[in-house]
Design a protein around this ligand. Structure first.
Ligand SMILES: [Zn+2]
Length: 207
């Protein structure tokens, strides 16, 4: 076992992150980094983490993710289409819990643990990464998860009603425009909704 650090220890994980020069955005924070490398449980349990082991996982994932990103162009399109506001990502500056920030980062960078991403680790081709929650035989990507999956219709209804109060032309926007608006102008509402449906999704998956 290599060098160890007790979590959460920001400077250690952040410097590990910089050393690896990885594609995972550094502002994911400790929890985001460890979730991204499959060690989310270690973070939750405050367990010691093997730095060398984690580093090699990140390096390997970076290679995989780079190879995948060339094949998986829609993932890059999602990132490119959701135009960031000028300056830092707004959800990093606002009064949003760290868990919600982490979920928003993961959603934005296409590494949220929905089937689009977990199917990649399982070697599924993109179009076979179907939603296991509604079992509608459709790809579970960010759009399906946030805007379409019928499993979250009730929860989504409350969220969309709140958004429509703030965005009068909501119904005329494309899904990409809706995501852009939410990330840039209403990250707090988006963060709360994503947390709500992500935890609900988890409770169904692990039932
Ligand atoms: Zn679904």
């Amino acid at each position: 076992m290599g060098q160890e650090c007790k979590l959460p220890v920001s400077p250690n994980t952040q410097s590990l992150f910089k050393q690896c020069n990885t594609a995972i955005p550094s502002f994911l924070g400790d929890s985001g980094i460890l979730i991204a490398v499959g060690k989310g449980n270690s973070y939750n349990r405050l367990e010691p983490v093997d730095i060398d082991g984690t580093k090699s996982i990140i390096v390997n994932q970076e290679k995989l993710s780079w190879a995948d990103s060339i094949k998986d162009k829609p993932k890059l399109d999602f990132l490119a289409n959701i135009k960031p506001a000028i300056g830092a990502e707004p959800y990093l500056k606002m009064n949003i819990t760290r868990y919600e920030q982490s979920l928003l980062c993961q959603l934005r960078y296409g590494i949220l643990q929905i089937q689009l991403e977990t199917g990649r680790y399982q070697g599924q081709v993109r179009n076979d990464r179907h939603c296991k929650i509604c079992e509608g035989g459709v790809l579970e990507d960010q759009y399906h998860f946030v805007f379409k999956c019928p499993a979250y219709t009730l929860r989504r209804g409350i969220f969309i009603d709140r958004i429509k109060d703030k965005v009068v032309n909501w119904n005329t926007l494309s899904e990409t425009e809706k995501f852009t608006k939410l990330f840039n102008e209403h990250p707090r509402l988006l963060g709360k909704f994503v947390k709500d449906i992500f935890l609900y999704r988890k409770s169904i998956i692990y039932k």
